[in-house]
Design a protein around this ligand. Structure first.
Ligand SMILES: CC(C)(COP(=O)(O)OP(=O)(O)OC[C@H]1O[C@@H](n2cnc3c(N)ncnc32)[C@H](O)[C@@H]1OP(=O)(O)O)[C@@H](O)C(=O)NCCC(=O)NCCS
Length: 177
């Protein structure tokens, strides 16, 4: 292995061990590669072999975010976990995706939306899912194993396993099996 690559791996290992032992609720496997990114306080677990790109924001927002083995999250993606976000293994999340596990309550038109609190059901993204560039996943949704969500789509309802879904809102156009 090249000296440079070895050096990078040693730096990741020390950084991840340091974060895991000194930040409550945070668990990062020692071989995870995280580039310049923001991991906010709270319950976060990032399993082995994950790759987290540049300027990714991982924010549990008083919930939790679990990321399974060998999942990759590319540049400028945002994950917000108020209702809890569970991402399976071998999931590919392209750049500029947003996974947001909460909604504002807006029932009272006489009150500021910001003051009405939130609902938070949680999001599940099962193993082997591929989210194309710029996909948005809204609260309460499960994306089934092996599904593909096309670039720029907004997922507002759950998607069955092995589907290909595209558009706003995302609709299933094909089945992979
Ligand atoms: C979803 C995707 C994989 C589908 O590929 P495919 O199976 O080859 O599908 P097709 O190209 O045959 O498209 C089927 C139909 O869906 C439409 N479609 C495909 N992707 C779409 C998208 N992202 N949004 C809206 N419609 C889409 C096509 O226009 C086509 O419509 P038509 O039948 O009316 O002509 C691909 O279009 C895609 O979005 N890839 C993501 C690319 C990406 O983000 N790469 C980042 C690197 S990880």
């Amino acid at each position: 292995m090249q000296i440079r690559k070895k050096l990078f791996l040693i730096i990741f290992l020390i950084k991840n061990l340091f974060l895991t032992y000194f930040r409550k609720g945070l668990s990062i496997s020692s071989d995870v590669q995280i580039r310049k990114t923001q991991i906010r306080k709270g319950k976060i677990s990032i399993s082995r072999g994950c790759r987290i790109g540049m300027y990714v924001i991982i924010d549990p927002s008083n919930g939790f975010i679990n990321i399974g083995e060998y999942t990759s999250i590319h540049d400028f993606s945002v994950i917000s976990g108020m209702g809890g976000v569970s991402i399976g293994k071998y999931v590919a999340i392209a750049s500029q995706c947003a996974i947001i596990a909460s909604n504002h309550v807006y029932i009272n038109p006489e009150e500021y939306i910001k003051r009405q609190g939130n609902t938070a059901k949680g999001i599940v993204i099962e193993d082997d899912v591929w989210l194309g560039i710029g996909v948005k996943v809204l609260d309460g949704v499960t994306i089934g194993k092996g599904s593909i969500i096309g670039a720029g789509s907004i997922v507002t309802k759950s998607i069955p396993s092995y589907s290909i879904a595209v558009g706003i809102p995302a609709k299933v156009i094909k089945n992979r099996k």
